[in-house]
Design a protein around this ligand. Structure first.
Ligand code: FDA
Ligand code: NAP
Length: 451
């Protein structure tokens, strides 16, 4: 759309791409800012490609728990008085007393999902579901020296596209599922991110031999689930380590997910940042909560006692190749112990092999992405307020929630800091708008009046 065609169209101060917890938290931070500046609220809208709200729905397995305290909800660390807190949700659900009686800081994933759905319902008027943002491009307004606007192409569920205009975008599109090189997903080869929908599409009796690849939280939860859900099946866990390693969530280490740790990481030396990762990667990656490890070991031990082993752990083993032979699936495993390979025939193979971080270049496209600076390692340079560092020709803003582990540290892809982070982004948008308006007024008063 040309600039003329935009004349009557709304220009948003910010458009959020994705409506997971990160952008929900931003929507709330903007609303709560608006409450204190009612005469001039920030104009925002959010686009979500799913037809309705959903948070990692395909991993909503029975008995799985959150990996954070309920107080690390969408708002509390920024504004404990917010109407969108987990405590408000419990109160609205008539379950506050029961929750407290349960004396557990860590809700189930089912309950946290319900909380997020409840919050999403309260934000219904500012999100369009079934709407995928497919491209973003900068636009320079007539008479302006720099590109101050962004045009986003949004594709609806019916395939029709529309264009919306904004001064800023907040890209919060989440993690990207990762399969080993050469592996493609199909009806019998699944990534963990599609687990429940693919599992439910199969007749359980057709699944007599299943395997799960990986030694992270997803892999362990899925192995436990399959063992329970398929009592007749052989379940193989292909784990690259010697055994599942425990996720470190002890209190000293947990401080690294505190809001203050973001400054220490961001402004720290390269050596300090390196130490965060060297010592503490085991808070999050390729690790499993101890209760799940124990539950799996107990199942295995019980089977040994009964002499009926159907849960098999193939440790120090990696997947080399997946072969389709007729209707069957064979996975080639390489043991690190003796470097031998072995083929295993499976009816379903689940790759719980993790995720890549958010990469804004996917949405910006090659041409636009060139306007954003990268560091020596080729990663986007990101300001403390989560805005991508851009070349001089751009005054529009691209904010990211996720994809900032290199600049802002380990909490970047997690929920721990979203309340504070989205508050910082909202503050930045408000501040930059005020500065722009002031510049505008100053420029107007300097202009010579017409004779
Ligand atoms: P999230 O992925 O939740 O949301 C992104 C949204 O953007 C999605 O709804 C997607 O559909 C949408 N989208 C993507 N592209 C789009 C486009 N082009 N246009 C429109 N919409 C688009 N962390 C933690 O701290 N504690 C925990 O307990 C857990 N538990 C957990 C369980 C599982 C199974 C996984 C895989 C991950 C976790 N995590 C976690 C980490 C996880 O990253 C975090 O919980 C949040 O999902 C991050 O929220 P976001 O909104 O950033 O991404
Ligand atoms: P992950 O922690 O990155 O684990 C991926 C695993 O796959 C690693 O063990 C990895 O081994 C292994 N792997 C990769 N390629 C392999 C191959 N070819 N053969 C064998 N193994 C291979 O991913 P995740 O478990 O999905 O966890 C991702 C995030 O989601 C984490 O933040 C986690 O905490 C979160 N999560 C939370 C919950 C919950 O809240 N209940 C549930 C699930 C996930 P290497 O280490 O050798 O690469």
């Amino acid at each position: 759309m040309g600039v003329t065609g935009r004349r009557n169209q709304e220009i948003y101060d910010v458009v959020g791409i994705g409506f997971g917890p990160s952008n929900m938290s931003l929507a709330i931070a903007l609303e709560e800012h608006g409450a204190s500046a009612a005469q001039d609220p920030i104009k925002s809208h959010f686009f979500e490609r799913q037809p309705a709200f959903g948070w990692h729905r395909n991993m909503l397995l029975p008995s799985t728990t959150m990996q954070i305290s309920f107080l690390k909800d969408l708002v509390t660390f920024r504004n404990p008085l917010s109407r969108f807190s987990f405590v408000s949700y419990l109160h609205a659900s008539n379950r506050l007393a029961q929750f407290v009686n349960n004396a557990d800081f860590v809700p189930t994933r089912q309950e946290f999902h319900q909380y997020l759905e409840w919050a999403a319902a309260g934000l219904r008027d500012r999100v369009s579901y079934g709407s995928e943002v497919v491209s973003i491009r900068p636009v320079t307004e007539p008479g302006a020296a720099t590109a101050g606007l962004l045009e986003l192409e949004v594709r609806g569920g019916d395939g029709a596209s529309r264009v919306v205009t904004a001064r800023n975008v907040a890209i919060s599109t989440g993690l990207v599922p990762r399969l080993p090189e050469g592996v493609t997903a199909d009806d019998r080869v699944w990534h963990s991110s599609e687990f429940l929908s693919k599992f439910k599409a199969q007749a359980p009796d057709d699944l007599k031999s299943v395997a799960v690849v990986g030694a992270g939280q997803s892999a362990a939860e899925i192995a436990r689930f399959l063992h329970d859900a398929l009592p007749h099946a052989e379940v193989s866990a292909v784990i690259p380590s010697y055994g599942y390693s425990v996720a470190d969530d002890t209190p000293f280490v947990n401080q690294l997910f505190d809001p203050g740790a973001v400054d220490e990481y961001y402004f720290g030396t390269e050596r300090a940042r390196d130490a965060f990762w060297r010592y503490h990667r085991n808070t999050n990656y390729s690790v499993v909560d101890s209760d799940v490890i124990r539950a799996l070991y107990q199942r295995s031990y019980d089977e040994q006692v009964l002499g009926n082993q159907r849960l098999h752990f193939r440790n120090l083993t990696r997947v080399e190749e997946v072969r389709r032979v007729g209707d069957g699936t064979r996975v080639v495993l390489r043991s690190l112990l003796d470097d031998r390979t072995e083929e295993l025939a499976v009816d379903a193979l689940v790759f719980a092999t993790g995720y890549d971080g958010l990469d804004p270049a996917r949405l910006l496209g090659e041409d636009f992405d060139r306007h954003f600076e990268r560091d020596a390692a080729g990663r986007h340079r990101v300001e403390r307020d989560y805005r991508l560092v851009s070349s001089a020709g751009l005054t529009c803003g691209v904010y990211v929630q996720g994809g900032t582990e290199h600049s802002h540290g380990l909490s970047s892809s997690l929920l721990s800091n979203i309340a504070v982070r989205s508050g910082e982004i909202a503050d930045s948008i408000v501040l930059r708008r005020t500065e722009r308006e002031l510049n505008h007024t100053t420029a107007a008063t300097k202009e010579p009046s017409a004779a």
